[in-house]
Design a protein around this ligand. Structure first.
Ligand code: ZN
Length: 319
């Protein structure tokens, strides 16, 4: 048991080791420890990655290309990436478009099938504002803007933000807690694959809550450290992604983080994005892809998916 650093969620100083995880992508041959806070269960990477080191990883081509590949970014090629783009656009349009915007019946079918994959929120009123934290190359922002939102983006990667800016999107470079947006200036704040990168995820949640108008929604997605893939694959599970992922969540710790950050968790879903595929090296074949896709559906239904998605609302009376 070690007590080197306080837990960012509960302040607890006692941590128990859960073993070592290899850093295959960033520092081959190096292993990092994952410790569990004895008091609240939050999992953390040790040693903590220095902010300057994290920034160097984000600015590297390795991180950017991996993120865009996993998100089906707008610069991907291939039929699968094209299909994912189309489905994402249908989801965004169906759930985010302003009332009165036409939605084709086929789009509605796609959207209902795939909403957990890409996230959704109640439709906005005219003038509604959406902030996408960790927006990457802006693929989601483009779709949200087309659906009628007044959008803003933020990414720590200068490379990603520059690409988003080329598309005419208002994207800032930096971290959420460092940029000063006016309070209550957004109706939706989306943190998709973001919280696991934060050394202080509670500060990030509190900032998201501050930026939301009363009644506004936060849309969160993180890898699920208690999902079946994490349990079965152990140290090889790609969701650990040390040392870039510094905080690791379960449904219990994510729910606690949201509540402590000043928001009310409204819905929690499991979703799988095929994080088993790169580890098992089966995604290259059509049969392998199909098997992974089927396994994903079963795991999601069983509540053991690779990722957790949470919709949380800011109380109407303020935080
Ligand atoms: Zn703790």
């Amino acid at each position: 048991m070690t007590g080197a650093l306080a837990c960012p969620l509960c302040g607890g100083a006692n941590h128990a080791s859960t073993g070592l995880r290899p850093s295959s992508r960033y520092r081959p041959g190096t292993r990092f420890e994952i410790v569990r806070c004895v008091a609240c269960g939050l999992l953390m990477t040790r040693p903590r990655t220095a902010p300057a080191e994290l920034k160097a990883y984000y600015d590297s081509g390795t991180y950017y290309s991996t993120v865009e590949a996993s998100r089906g970014g707008s610069h991907d090629g291939g039929w699968l990436a094209g299909l994912r783009r189309d489905v994402r656009r249908h989801v965004v349009h169906y759930y985010y478009a302003r009332p009165g915007a036409p939605a084709r019946p086929a789009a509605a079918v796609w959207a209902r099938l795939a909403r957990r994959r890409f996230g959704w929120a109640p439709r906005p009123l005219p003038g509604s504002r959406l902030l996408d934290v960790g927006c990457g190359d802006g693929a989601f922002l483009l779709d949200a803007r087309a659906a009628g939102w007044d959008v803003a983006g933020l990414d720590i990667s200068e490379h990603a933000a520059a690409n988003a800016s080329k598309l005419g999107l208002p994207v800032a470079v930096g971290e959420l807690v460092d940029l000063v947006y006016p309070p209550e200036s957004f109706d939706v704040v989306r943190l998709w694959s973001v919280l696991e990168h934060l050394l202080d995820p509670l500060a990030g949640m509190q900032e998201a809550a501050r930026l939301l108008r009363p009644g506004g929604w936060a849309i969160l997605q993180v890898p699920n450290a208690s999902g079946l893939a994490a349990r079965m694959l152990g140290a090889q599970w790609s969701g650990w992604d040390v040392p870039v992922h510094v905080s690791h969540f379960t449904p219990a710790t994510l729910t606690r983080l949201v509540a402590q950050g000043g928001l009310r968790p409204a819905e929690l879903h499991h979703t799988s994005v095929g994080t088993m595929a790169p580890t098992l090296k089966v995604s290259a074949t059509a049969v392998g892809r199909l098997a992974i896709a089927l396994a994903d559906q079963i795991l999601d239904a069983a509540g053991l998916g690779d990722c957790i998605m949470c919709f949380a609302r800011k109380p109407a009376g303020g935080t």
